[in-house]
Design a protein around this ligand. Sequence first.
Ligand SMILES: NC(=O)c1ccc[n+]([C@@H]2O[C@H](COP(=O)([O-])OP(=O)(O)OC[C@H]3O[C@@H](n4cnc5c(N)ncnc54)[C@H](OP(=O)(O)O)[C@@H]3O)[C@@H](O)[C@H]2O)c1
Length: 304
Amino acid sequence: MEKPKKRLLVTGASGFLGYRVCMEAQKNWQVFGTHHAKPVAVAGVEALGLDLTNHDDLAHSVKQVRPHAVIHTAAVSQPEDCQAHPASSRAINVSATANLATLCARDKIPFVFTSTDLVFDGLNAPYAETDPVSPVNEYGRQKVEAEEAIRRICPAAAICRMPLMFGHAPGTGSGFLGWMIRALEKGEPIRLFTDEYRTMVDTVSAARGLILFTEKSGGTYHLGGRRRISRHDMGLALLQRGPWDPSLLIRASVYDSTGLAPRSPDVSLVSESAYALGYRPTDFDRALDEGIRSRGIVVRNPDP
Ligand SMILES: NC(=O)c1ccc[n+]([C@@H]2O[C@H](COP(=O)([O-])OP(=O)(O)OC[C@H]3O[C@@H](n4cnc5c(N)ncnc54)[C@H](OP(=O)(O)O)[C@@H]3O)[C@@H](O)[C@H]2O)c1
């Protein structure tokens, strides 16, 4: 008889990253994925409606699922939203995260938390896990607070600092790559910073990394990609591969940003510890080809 699969609870299954975590995990786990405002059907995944800010509902979901591991991706993930709505975003990003960590610590459930490269100010890259945090906006400060709460409450947790990610998740905005492709398809210009750098990674690699860390010991890990690249160069790489007008790419500087949330210019991560533990991000060019193809677009000059 086949052994029953272990149960995995994924918060934020209706989100850009959570969707991909569910898709990858359901190959080997029985996956329960939570959504809040946007119910989403993920093949092979049991959907659970949950408002993370309701502690009783959260405790009930954990009791109901009895997970062997929890991957927590649900968040207010846009720095602009956190800056505009600090109290309501804090309730999710900090308080609900601490509550979930408490439940996991109580039941000794491996807990993986998605933090961010924006815990750093971007002035002293590249950043290792041992570098002091220095957030410049509300989102970064909330993630730092959440990290501190988790280390206190649930020291066995893996705190995974994620870089900017790209990929495709139906029913979501699909992040930075999705935004660029939608604009280019409509013939709208894309203004991209030449001086804002990230060690970007595709969501498939990131999802596999998070699943891997359900089995690792507690600590803080950087899950960056292997290439440091500016947003503008990402746009160039995209235009070289697709059927769009290259003149739509406009150069911009992070120092001219008019957004509400202050920006960190270079939050490239050193991720050697995660690589040594088996985290294997796909090569940037191949992952970008895949991200374009997954939308049914033929890639020109694909990576061989
Ligand atoms: N995207 C990136 O490039 C990036 C980079 C670094 C770190 N991260 C981190 O990675 C994680 C995933 O990011 P993402 O881009 O996938 O975010 P996302 O697409 O904005 O998804 C956020 C998820 O959180 C859920 N959520 C929000 N409020 C909730 C509430 N009150 N109760 C329950 N669920 C709630 C949403 O559910 P509904 O939509 O159903 O309401 C959605 O599933 C986040 O922790 C983010 O901070 C992301």
